[in-house]
Design a protein around this ligand. Structure first.
Ligand code: PLP
Length: 393
């Protein structure tokens, strides 16, 4: 049986149409399959490999940590240097009140923790989220996800959740003294890269402050340089009460975090004690990778992200392309229909460029390459995309 047949037979499938590249190697912005074919990776494991695949400093940090110790204890019990250094580095990189990190293993877990924290800290139950949002696939995060198609088969989900329209100022008034938290992506990712106005974001912050509601920014997709700043909220001149991270955090190893002030975070340690626990959260190998990743991002990599995003927008001009939306290197290329996107996606794949779909925007494909992508690589990728459009449209 071929490896692909084994994949189809023995690993649980998430759809009838997996992309199915048989990966042999990944390096920088390139993927190589087992036939030696090279792909320009415009998706980076879905906004994960922001510093490129197998960045040498990340690989060295992982190897060094593996030589000392790997998992030794469940989260929160032992003093493990990589975990602590990462927490300190994040606190130094963030506004002063975001000084305490709770490490988990994925984006959905980061949001689960943040929602529990908000309920526990405020003593309230209502959660407000946005239509078309995506916050993860576990029950709590799915409950605040604003995509009914993905949810209805799993009801009942969490009660006391209200959905407001993303980026509609009138809806902000629904946030009241009853609301424990508002969870929002500062740039909606899976809705097809939707950027809110500055004024909306500032009013949202003001209403949360006025009502004692915790503002949770889900930066699982936008974090770690994707939008051109280390975190997207920096571009809106406001800060959240709780920040959730994952994806690009570990440069290819699984790690996430929810981050808040020491005072807020303290509510998870009593009544009940162990209010949130995880075996693998804060894994030292993942934390060592994440620390190396953060240092690379802080070492000047972000300065060209906006320019590179603008180059994609300039080059991707074609009568079939309706719009290229985005911020930094988080982009959506819009066509007239899902059918057109489907044809182009597969033609690009055939011609050596990998892009991907969105969960809640089927007439667009996403571009989220490693931030290390060079101008020449962007030009080559865009040439292939334009040629692919000509071939199939
Ligand atoms: N939040 C956002 C904004 C995301 O884009 C995603 C994943 O796409 C998640 C949460 C869930 O992250 P994970 O797949 O690591 O659970």
């Amino acid at each position: 049986m071929s490896l692909k047949d084994l994949f189809l037979q023995h690993t649980a499938q998430t759809s009838d149409h997996p992309v199915g590249i048989e990966v042999a190697k990944a390096e920088g912005v390139y993927l190589y399959d087992t036939n030696g074919k090279r792909y320009i990776d415009l998706i980076a494991g879905i906004a994960v490999s922001n510093v490129g695949h197998r960045h040498p400093e990340v690989v060295a940090a992982i190897k060094n940590q593996v030589d000392h110790y790997m998992h030794v204890m469940a989260y929160g019990e032992y003093v493990q240097q990589p975990t602590i250094l990462l927490a300190k580095a994040l606190a130094d990189a963030l506004p002063q009140h975001l000084n305490t990190s709770y490490f988990v293993n994925s984006g959905t877990e980061a949001n689960e923790g943040a929602l529990k924290l908000a309920k526990r800290h405020t003593g309230r139950t209502q959660l407000i989220a946005c239509k078309n949002s995506y916050h993860g696939s576990t029950h709590g995060s799915l409950s605040v996800t604003g995509n009914e198609t993905k949810k209805h088969a799993f009801r009942p989900l969490l009660p006391d959740i209200r959905f407001i329209e993303f980026n509609r100022e009138e809806d902000i008034q629904h946030i009241t003294e009853k609301t424990a938290a508002v969870i929002i992506e500062p740039v909606q990712g899976d809705a097809g890269v939707r950027i809110p106005s500055l004024s909306y974001m500032q009013q949202l912050r003001a209403q949360c402050t006025a009502t004692g509601t915790l503002l949770i920014f889900d930066e699982v997709q936008t974090g770690f340089g994707r939008t051109g700043s280390l975190f997207a909220f920096e571009q809106f001149g406001i800060t959240p009460d709780v920040l959730t991270l994952a994806k690009g955090m570990g440069a290819g190893l699984p790690i996430g975090a929810f981050i808040a002030s020491h005072e807020i975070m303290t509510s998870l340690k009593h009544a009940p004690m162990l209010g949130h626990i995880t075996t693998f959260g804060g894994n030292p190998v993942c934390c060592a990778a994440a620390l190396a990743n953060l240092k690379i991002l802080q070492g000047g990599l972000l300065k060209d992200v906006h320019t590179k995003g603008a180059l994609f927008k300039t080059l991707l001009q074609h009568p079939e392309i309706r719009e290229v939306r985005g911020i930094g290197l988080m982009l959506a290329v819009e066509f007239d229909s899902f059918e057109t996107v489907h044809k182009i996606f597969h033609e690009c794949l055939k011609n050596g460029v990998v892009a991907f779909w969105f969960l809640s925007c089927n007439n667009s494909f996403r571009i989220a390459p490693p931030l290390t992508i060079s101008e020449d690589e962007i030009r080559e990728a865009c040439d292939i995309i334009l040629q692919s459009i000509d071939n199939v449209c």
